[in-house]
Write a protein that binds this ligand. Structure first.
Ligand code: CTP
Length: 408
């Protein structure tokens, strides 16, 4: 028994390179027991043919609004009714705009305007088009109309750009169809539209003299991935980043700093925020001032390196009496007794949630692409996530923040 046994899906294929994945989606939906009828936009037919869609669906595909045979056979109003759900994949920026504006110049948009069935869209477009305020505005309107959204994912795109905009994978879309048909309004990650998210990321560099500094092995990958995922979920994002070699995540305001004290100043300047995530590996100490000139070797041997404590940025913000972000999330980088240390840290720092990870050398977390994290709540609740890519950790965390954070 497939999870979609007996269900009828009307699949609207939009005009984007991701249309090739929609052919696979037809198969995945049918494997789960659904019958699939396809409508292709004119743009879609530049990428895949109606014949291919029809062959995979096992029934003819529809393309024209004023097709005499079609209208005699089923008609666009019937198309809009004879299904259990409508899926738009890929949903291009143009399709979203038409849907949000109620325009109906072709068969696909007419069906979408005429239907009262649950609609699921799987957006796919260039990063900049996705992040454009017009697209985000259209998306917010559609969500308000009860349209469910799956994806887009963050990753490499056809134009060799990286960022949010890649269509969700066929299996993810099929899962979302199941969720929609099970009555869930929100198939994709909850939206952070209208909220300001502040993220710290990367190491800090603490100067010893004008040419030397103390640092740590943080790459900034996890913090930057969180900023990117939050932007993809519609948040306005400010990323305060120490020195890293990563590109700026698209659609994110990046404030670059070097030292812990500069990071604190930048964070305070970026407030107010609805949610603050402190993923930076801030140096706990900085060298006491050794002067403005390069320290030279001399007869007295190595210079004394005296350290002084840096401000704790997370604790400072979490303990503010005014302007504290309603949801403050810390990270705990531990090499032993990860959970016990992280539980102590949540109390010491005054944050609402801690993401604890084991950064001992053998885990390869520092600088690597994967992460194993535990989520610990203020009441001591613990969730252990399987090891996964830092992008996936970011997406899941952002989905949790959207649930837990303040409403816009
Ligand atoms: N943090 C911070 N400012 C600091 C030190 C840490 O904002 N000066 C934040 C980190 O961004 C992280 C959390 O505090 O969210 C915990 O950082 P971690 O290095 O694990 O803890 P420490 O405060 O350094 O505590 P310990 O030395 O006991 O591990």
């Amino acid at each position: 028994m497939g999870a979609l046994d007996g269900k009828r899906v009307l699949l609207v294929i939009g005009g984007g390179i991701a249309a090739y994945k929609s052919l696979d989606l037809i198969r995945r939906l049918r494997e789960r027991g659904a019958s699939v009828r396809c409508v292709l936009t004119k743009g879609a037919q530049e990428f895949v043919t109606p014949l291919a869609a029809a062959a995979l669906a096992g029934q003819r595909a529809h393309t024209d609004l004023f097709d005499r045979a079609d209208e005699a056979d089923i008609g666009h109003i019937k198309l809009a009714r004879d299904a259990d759900a409508v899926v738009v994949a890929p949903a291009t920026a143009n399709t979203l705009a038409r849907m949000a504006g109620g325009h109906a110049p072709d068969l696909a948009s007419t069906v979408l305007l005429a239907t009262t069935l649950p609609i699921l869209i799987a957006p796919a477009m260039n990063v900049r088009m996705w992040l454009h305020p017009a697209t985000q505005r259209n998306l917010a309107l559609l969500r308000g109309d009860g349209v469910a959204v799956v994806g887009p994912n963050v990753g490499r795109m056809a134009e060799a750009e990286t960022g949010p905009g890649r269509m969700a994978e066929p299996d993810e879309i099929a899962d979302a169809v199941e969720a929609v048909l099970a009555g869930s309004q929100e198939a994709g990650p909850p939206s952070l539209a209208g909220r300001h998210l502040l993220v710290t990321s990367g190491p800090t560099h603490e100067p010893i003299d004008p040419v030397r500094y103390l640092a740590n092995r943080s790459s900034g990958k996890q913090g930057h991935a969180i900023a990117a995922a939050a932007a993809a979920a519609g948040a306005r994002v400010t990323l305060v980043s120490g020195p890293v070699t990563l590109p700026d995540p698209p659609g994110v305001t990046v404030l670059r700093i070097e030292t812990a004290r500069e990071m604190l100043a930048a964070v305070e300047a970026a407030l107010p925020a609805d949610i603050a995530v402190f993923a930076a590996a801030v140096a706990d100490w900085r060298p006491e001032s050794l002067g403005d000139q390069k320290i030279k070797k001399g007869p007295d041997g190595p210079p004394p390196l005296r350290l002084t404590e840096n401000p704790d940025i997370l604790a400072t913000i979490a303990r503010r009496s005014d302007g504290r972000p309603p949801l403050v999330v810390g990270f705990a980088a531990e090499t032993t007794d990860v959970i016990a240390h992280a539980r102590a840290k949540i109390a010491r720092k005054g944050c609402d949630l801690i993401v604890a990870n084991d950064v001992s050398a053998e885990t390869g977390v520092m600088g690597g692409d994967r992460n194993s994290v535990h989520l610990i709540g203020r009441d001591g609740t613990l969730e252990t996530w399987p090891t996964m890519g830092k992008d996936e950790v970011a997406r899941r965390l952002v989905a949790r923040l959207a649930e837990l954070g303040p409403s816009p």
